[in-house]
Design a protein around this ligand. Structure first.
Ligand code: ADP
Ligand code: MG
Length: 238
């Protein structure tokens, strides 16, 4: 079981509290989307799940393990960011395998994982190319490949498509949906794009000022928003 469980998760930066006791269950294999306006705490919450940010209070569990104080590398999570700095001097295959190589995996093991990821992402024909010879969408695929090779139980995405143009965003949205169907891992996906949230999510978490306003399936939120903020954000008719 590799769902994610947040209990009373709180974050303060100095005197400023940005996440206020968030409770949330993300089921095993679920595609969960965090939406909300800029500055509401989406990235901070995701970074706490990844272990890149310490929690001020509360607990985070992945599966049945309490990972509140665990190192990022020991959590079984992999994160894909909006800005995906690939190593310019390395090929696609080297970029995808680098993390595994550094953590002591054998050459054969790295090659097998990279082959599997490139099959899933349809990058087989690009493995020997350098990043500068790739399109924006292909580069973002390589960044997702770096997460896949690690075989995480939980994928965390922080606005991975927001640097792409509109057409590519639609295409990559489909790719991410396919990735979820194929891998079946738990995914938590941050976006401020309502359409992305509505089309990708099993479950949407609407955040406002570090508090959850509502959690539900896309159509539940659309048809039954708890308040005007949720209605406005999800785009329900008034
Ligand atoms: P979102 O991803 O929803 O746009 P963030 O999680 O990045 O929001 O930020 C939530 C709030 O926390 C914002 O007010 C932001 O300024 C603040 N914040 C984020 N990171 C830090 C930090 N390292 N130090 C101080 N304040 C921060
Ligand atoms: Mg953010």
């Amino acid at each position: 079981m590799t769902g994610v469980n947040l209990a009373g998760v709180t974050k303060r930066f100095g005197d400023v509290q940005v996440i206020h006791g968030v409770d949330l269950v993300v089921e095993d294999g679920e595609f969960c989307v965090f939406v909300g306006p800029s500055g509401c705490g989406k990235s901070t919450l995701l970074r706490m799940i990844a272990g890149l940010e310490k929690t001020t209070a509360g607990h985070i569990a992945i599966g049945d393990r309490d990972v509140t104080d665990a190192d990022p590398a020991d959590r079984g999570v992999a994160m894909v960011f909006q800005t995906y700095a690939l190593y310019p001097h390395m090929t696609v295959a080297e970029n995808m395998g680098f993390g595994l190589k550094m953590t002591g995996h054998s050459k054969a093991e790295v090659a097998a994982k990279v082959a599997e990821a490139s099959r899933i992402l349809k990058l087989d024909d690009y493995l020997t190319r350098k990043p500068k010879a790739l399109s924006g969408g292909q580069r973002q695929r390589v960044a997702i490949g770096r997460a896949i090779v690690r075989g995480p139980e939980v994928f965390l995405f922080d606005e991975p498509l927001s640097n792409l143009d509109a057409e590519l965003r639609v295409e990559m949205r489909g790719e991410i949906a396919r990735l979820h169907r194929e891998i079946g891992a738990t995914m938590i996906y941050v976006t401020h794009d309502q359409v992305e949230a509505m089309t990708l999510a099993d479950k949407i978490v609407v955040l406002r000022k570090g508090v959850i306003e509502q959690v539900g399936a896309p159509l539940e939120l659309y048809n039954n928003p708890d308040n005007r903020f949720v209605a406005g954000f999800i785009g329900s008719p008034a």
